[in-house]
Design a protein around this ligand. Sequence first.
Ligand SMILES: [Zn+2]
Length: 190
Amino acid sequence: MAWRLAHALSTLRKQIDSAHPKRSKRSDGTVGDLAHSKRKSDHNPNRAGVVQAIDLTHDPQGGFDSYRFAELLRTQRDSRIKYVISNGKIFNSTQHPWQWRKYNGSNPHSAHVHVSVRDNPGAYDDTRNWTISKPMAMGIADIEAPPPEPTEAQDYYGRCWWEEVSDKGTEEESSESQPSPASRRPSKPE
Ligand SMILES: [Zn+2]
């Protein structure tokens, strides 16, 4: 199946590559593989054949600190963004907009940042430059404040194509509704 990356994300990657030509691309990713295409993910091509997500490798030594980059995206509030996952945290632009929350997916996204763009072509194919190249080129030293502690809200999950993500909250959260021991039946051997 023919696919292409959303133009907004091509622009973003181009800017980052030109600012950090030696950055590692070890954990970079765009399109999901076919085996995973049944899973809901922005890494799968949408109906128009467009992939609306990109992963960019965390490589501070190569000049690209994806944790700080994610924080930069959060503070810039670019309207093209749907959600961003980085280092155990997630923010999105609609629910609890632009606030870090705890991310409980199986992949903590410590090796790369995940960026999803919004579902309408006017957003995902918007080719305007992102307002990140200057601070990124300067090593984004201007970003002083550490990200705030994520809240415990669990109502949204991003997905990367290689990971299984539960749609439920954490086990601690669901402990109140755990079945009683009596209702758990031991499985019978065949
Ligand atoms: Zn991803």
